[in-house]
Design a protein around this ligand. Sequence first.
Ligand code: PLP
Length: 278
Amino acid sequence: KEVYLNGKWLKPDEAFVSVFDRAFMFGDGIYEVTPFYKGKGFKLKEHLKRLQYSLDQIQITFDAFSLEKLMLEAIDRAGLHNADAAVYIQLSRGAGARSHFVPEKIETSILLYAFGVTLEGFEKKTWHVMASEDKRWYRCDIKSTALLANVMANEAAISAGFHENLLLRNGYFTEGSHSSLFFVKYGVVYTHPEGPEILSGITRAEVINICASLNIKVIEKTVHFDELVEVEEVFVTGTTTQIIPISSITHHNKKVYTTRKDSLTKKLQEVFIKRTRR
Ligand code: PLP
């Protein structure tokens, strides 16, 4: 296994960054995770476009699309051309004397590697989840390496025996700690609109597209906690999560939702499998 770091392919235990690296010190970095189904990148351009957006937002000058070749090389070097895999990309603002302001001369640092993941069998899973307050900052649209609030939310869930933590901002569901979130109410699909409260999920966009192809109505509108009584199906999406139905939601140790149906989620999974594995 090799990782690409600033122009070199290295063994992971020989790849080092400076202790003054700003992604290390401030979380001043951007990342991206792109899936490869049996060696073939899925929505690669969309992932690079989102990477470019995040870089632009925090004013790191870098051409995200220049990484495409390296991504394919990472898959190749890891011998994953026939396996399900993902490529992790991280760009740090770089290393420099510690200061909150950005030093004038600083070089973007690039880390990139491929790893094997299980992308099969997700349609057999269901997740029991908890819900808690969304304590993240107000730029969740930036895919920043500063993930402490996400880590805390996810750890709270996993340590309590749940699969994911659904986050609530002022009583409205935003998304999961590492997934996008959808609700089905009276046959209509709801998901939080894009904006600073959520990450613009690539899988989320694909699911919205699949709904359109199936003539299923999607409304990008927030769902309030109190609306759960009317909700028929809940599911989360993500690059490695894919599409997983939620079987229950627990809030303050009380079960506030148990699944009523799964037919729409199943339909979406079916089409998603066809699209990712053709
Ligand atoms: N929301 C958050 C907070 C995430 O970390 C992720 C990443 O998986 C997603 C949503 C899903 O995005 P994508 O479908 O692009 O992987």
